[in-house]
Ligand binder design. Structure first.
Ligand code: HEC
Length: 139
């Protein structure tokens, strides 16, 4: 796993062509979500997202985008958690968009963050999109 992780970081560097991602990764902040949130998010994910997205990081052909692989991290690094929160809240699940509460969306985001190896913490992740817009997606 460790080796894959480092490979992922290298890929980010190559793709963005900047040292920004690496610098922020070295500077590991405290965790941004609780393990309770990630667990609640996991069961929501099972119910409402798994049918299209499958496992967070295991590739299955014919599935929608993986939410915790190198491609996903490359696509989201440098954007904000608020943008990801808003996308999920407004557009997902794709067959019933707009049905998730802010709290459910934060739990799902916590689950996706855990899958992307953001460190877990003691304080819950905010369910306020404005606040989340201040936080970069930096696993
Ligand atoms: C009916 C199928 C379906 C369901 C159910 C679904 N999604 Fe999606 N989702 C998609 C498709 C299709 C895309 C567009 C990207 C793609 O083509 O894979 C997408 C894209 C996304 C993206 C953006 C991916 C990226 O790489 O930028 C996120 C995040 C996401 N979905 C989260 C969720 C979450 C969380 C749930 C559960 C609440 C969910 N989705 C349920 C089909 C679905």
């Amino acid at each position: 796993m460790r080796i894959l992780f480092h490979f992922g970081m290298t890929a980010v560097l190559c793709w963005t062509g900047s040292t920004n991602g690496a610098a922020q990764t070295q500077d590991q902040r405290g965790g941004l979500y609780t393990s309770t949130q990630a667990e609640l998010g996991a069961s929501l994910y099972e119910d409402q997202c798994y049918s299209c997205h499958g496992e967070l990081a295991a590739f299955v052909p014919e599935m929608a985008a993986l939410l915790a692989d190198h491609t996903f991290r490359n696509r989201w690094t440098g954007r904000s958690l608020g943008e990801l929160f808003t996308l999920i809240r407004e557009e997902m699940p794709q067959d019933a968009p707009g049905t998730l509460s802010a709290e459910e969306t934060a739990n799902l985001l916590a689950y996706i963050m855990r899958g992307n190896r953001f460190p877990v913490g003691d304080a819950p992740l905010s369910d306020d999109a404005e606040q989340l817009h201040q936080i970069p997606f930096t696993p």
